[in-house]
Design a protein around this ligand. Structure first.
Ligand code: ATP
Length: 306
C-alpha cells in the first residue's frame, strides 16, 4: 500500500498544480473580459507609434445590438496628455478601455492611434503599445519578483527592483523575510488591494508602454495608501498618453481634459475648473463626493474622541 500511496500523492500534487495553472488562466481571461473573437486582417501591419495620439471618432458600440452602450463618442488623447473619463456606473467607461485594446470591434466610427485604425494593425503590436493598470490585478502563484517581471520578462534584477521602488512597493517587499522571493497569490502571501495595484504599477513601469490605461479601483483605499498610489501613478503617466477611467474625482483634478459620459454620449467635457463653473453633472458629482468625504472625516474624528 505504501508503494502505491507515494505515486498517488504525486499525482494529487501534479493535479493541483495543473488546476492552479488553469485557475490563473481563467482569471486572466475573466479580467480581460475576452468573449468575442477579434481577428487580424490578412494584411495587418504592425502599429507604428509616432508619439501615441489616441482618437475615438464617432464610436458606436453595443455588446448586445438591442442595447447600445456608446452612441457616437468622439475625443482625442493628445500624445503625452491625460484624459479622464467619468460618469455614472454602467455609463460605458470601462468599455472604452476594452475597445482601445480591441477586445471587441465597434459597430461604426473609428478608433485610431497615430492615425492608424486599430482594426488595420496586428493585435499583438496594438496590445504591446498599451499598458493597463487594472482595477483588480491578477497575481500568479509565484514569487513577487516573477509577478513584477511579468511586465517585461527580459528585465534585469536591478530594473525589476527599481520599478518596485518607483511604484512604492519596494519598502513593503523589504519587510518580508523572503523579500523578492516571497511567494504570492492563492497559496502564498495575500496582498491587499493597494499592494496588488502597486505590483501592477511596477509591471507597467517595466513594460514602459507609450499608451497607458488606468482603471481606478472603485473600492476606497485609506488616504495614506491612496496618496502613495496616486504619486506612483502620476510618475508612470508623466509624458505618456494616458486614459484614466476614474471613480474618485479627487484623483483627476489635474487631467488635461475630463470627459463626462452619460447615457452613451459625452454630456460634458473640459478641465476640472471649467466643469465646476458650468455647475452641471460633474459639479454635482464633485459636491456629492466631497460631502461624503467630509462626513467620513467627521465620523472618524468623533470616533477618535470617544
Ligand atoms: P462602473 O463605473 O460601474 O465600472 P462603467 O461605466 O465602467 O461602470 P461598463 O463596464 O463600461 O460601465 O459597462 C457599460 C454597460 O455595458 C453596463 O450596463 C454593463 O452591464 C454592460 N456590459 C459590460 N460588459 C458587458 C458584456 N461583456 N456583455 C454585455 N454587457 C456588458
Amino acid at each position: 500500500l505504501m508503494q502505491l500511496s507515494i505515486p498517488l500523492n504525486f499525482i494529487g500534487f501534479i493535479y493541483r498544480e495543473i488546476r492552479q495553472g488553469l485557475t490563473d488562466i481563467e482569471q486572466m481571461f475573466d479580467l480581460l473580459d475576452v468573449e468575442q473573437e477579434v481577428k487580424d486582417k490578412p494584411n495587418a501591419k504592425a502599429l507604428q507609434i509616432d508619439r501615441g495620439t489616441v482618437r475615438f471618432d464617432n464610436v458606436q458600440f453595443a455588446y448586445d445590438p438591442k442595447r447600445p452602450i456608446l452612441k457616437g463618442v468622439s475625443f482625442e488623447v493628445p500624445a503625452g496628455k491625460t484624459v479622464a473619463i467619468v460618469g455614472p456606473s454602467g455609463a460605458g467607461k470601462s468599455t472604452l478601455s476594452r475597445l482601445l485594446f480591441r477586445f471587441y470591434d465597434i459597430q461604426s466610427g473609428s478608433i485610431s492611434i497615430d492615425g492608424q485604425d486599430i482594426r488595420d494593425v496586428t493585435q499583438e503590436s496594438l496590445r504591446s503599445a498599451i499598458g493597463m493598470v487594472p482595477q483588480d490585478t491578477v497575481l500568479f502563484n509565484d514569487s513577487i519578483a516573477y509577478n513584477i517581471r511579468y511586465g517585461r520578462v527580459s528585465a534585469t534584477d536591478e530594473e525589476m527592483r527599481n520599478a518596485a521602488e518607483l511604484a512604492q512597493i519596494g519598502p513593503f517587499i523589504n519587510t518580508l523575510p523572503e523579500g523578492y522571493q516571497a511567494m504570492v497569490g492563492e497559496r502564498g502571501l495575500k496582498l491587499s488591494g493597494g499592494e496588488k495595484q502597486r505590483v501592477a504599477i511596477a509591471r507597467t513601469i517595466l513594460k514602459a508602454p507609450p499608451i497607458l490605461i488606468l482603471d481606478e479601483a472603485t473600492s476606497a483605499l485609506d488616504s495614506a495608501t491612496e496618496h502613495e498610489i496616486q504619486s506612483a501613478l502620476d510618475l508612470v503617466s508623466r509624458d505618456r498618453t494616458t486614459l484614466v477611467i476614474a471613480h474618485r474625482l479627487s484623483t483627476i483634478i489635474g487631467a488635461d481634459e475630463i470627459i463626462v459620459l452619460k447615457d452613451g454620449v459625452i454630456a460634458e467635457r473640459g478641465t476640472h475648473t471649467k466643469l465646476l463653473k458650468i455647475k452641471g453633472l460633474y459639479a454635482s458629482m464633485w459636491n456629492r463626493q466631497r460631502e461624503a468625504t467630509e462626513a467620513e472625516e467627521r465620523l472618524r474624528r468623533v470616533q477618535a474622541e470617544d
